[in-house]
Design a protein around this ligand. Sequence first.
Ligand code: ADP
Length: 547
Amino acid sequence: MKIATKIIALITFFLLILAVNGIISITLLKGVGRELHTVVNKDVVLMQSATMITKQQQQKAIIFERLRRITEELAYQQVNAARKEHLLFHIKLARKDFDALAKEGALNIVNAKVMVSQSMSSAATPKARQDLEEVTSVLKEIEKAHIHYDAMANEIFKNVDAAQYEISPEDINQIQTDERKLATELQKLLDKIQVFTQISVTNAGKYETTTQYLLWTIFISSFLASLALAFSIIRSFNEPLRHLLKATHQIGSGNLSVKLDESSKDELGILSCEFNRMSGQLADARDKLEQQSKVLQFNLDLTAQQKKDLEKINQELDRFVHTVSHDIRSPLMGIAWYADFLKTHHYANLDKKGQDSINGVCRGVDRSNALINDLLALTRISRIRNPYQEVSTASMLEDLVATLDYKIKQNRVDLHIDSTMPTIICDPIKLKEVFLNLMTNAIKFSSGRPDVQPKVTITTLNHADHYEFIIKDNGIGIPPEHHEDIFAMFKRLDVSEKYEGTGAGLSIVKSVIDDHGGKVWVISEQGHGSEFHFTIPKKLTVSNASS
Ligand code: ADP
């Protein structure tokens, strides 16, 4: 079951309990109301009837007493005609009142009987029925006594009408006996009614107690049931959440094999499912990573081995270059010595062809020496690593201008250096070599043309993560198809030997810039000067490393 469904079920359960409580309360209260209504309808009305009958009987007794006095006066005293007429008039009035009261009394008794018989048909208990039967018999007694009393009174009224004013003491006695009997029966009736009322009130009290008891029982049991339900729902969240937390800790500490119970049908089940999927993926990723790390370690070991091998090869190569250059240099020196000897002692004896040959041998020896020197410089530059330092390129260029002063002046070079040359971190010895090569080339390939003054400009650009240096000249330029290969070892475009050189300078430049993690390239067209660009990253740090 989903969490939302569980919460809805809990709320519905609470509402149901409230509704059941409400219905039961209303039903029970209705019972109390009904019982009270019965008291009002039955007991109070019956009480009214009994009271009325009693009152009417008392009035009748008063009327009879008045009649008795009047008849006494008429029977024993000498009354004049006017007085007699007056008394007879009062007897008539008394008779009229008596008849009316007798009728009303009879009617009230009948009504009370009908009401009691109705109540009897709906009596709830045998005891109530028995009580009502007793009331009926009391009412019958009252009716009997009432009829007897009225009959006696009627007889006396008739006698009075027939001018027999004397009422016998037996009749008076009988009347008084009937009156007492009626009073006694009426008192009984009132007592009975009081008992009814008492019973009804007791019943209502019982209903009230039962209602309270029931309501408390329902309230406490529903409260306990709600608590149990809430506890079970909270437990159903809490347990999986605790497991999830524990599993998360385990995963955090590296145990990726941990799995959660997915049997729950709610969101926690889905969460557990996702969690297991995630931990599975993590385990896979870790396995892959371990695999890759093994491969990486293997490659690193291989690279370290290769590096060692390479260093060994480089050392051997270095030794080889030194040996070879030494071996070449020795016969070269011999050739140079012989050529120099011939030039000094026999130059004048040689014809033109011989002199040219001697000069060619000297030039060849010089060029071979230059080549050997450049070759040694190149191997040295790739072998030696100087510490990286903070260097002012402005000062570096100032030194270089001093070094190249003769060439600058000899060729009347218009040299301009940017005033904002930066301070950078680099291998200063090698970077000086770079500037020297590029400046030498710029001067060399822009000089020697009669109508054009050589112009060399050195500028810089400050980028976000690197500096860019530009050495521009107005020299002979480089065709685009050679923009790449001029950086190759001993590559020269000029075959006419107008411009001296060995073709090693740009190889050295590229090797140094590569070592610094920068780039070098040229922008040029033949006959329109050249722009050599190179970059030095800003991320380099000062170091003490050396080869
Ligand atoms: P070198 O200058 O000794 O010949 P480099 O390696 O310095 O050797 O240059 C290789 C070739 O690139 C040069 O021979 C030349 O043909 C060409 N080159 C280099 N710099 C320039 C330049 N500033 N203007 C024109 N050509 C150049």
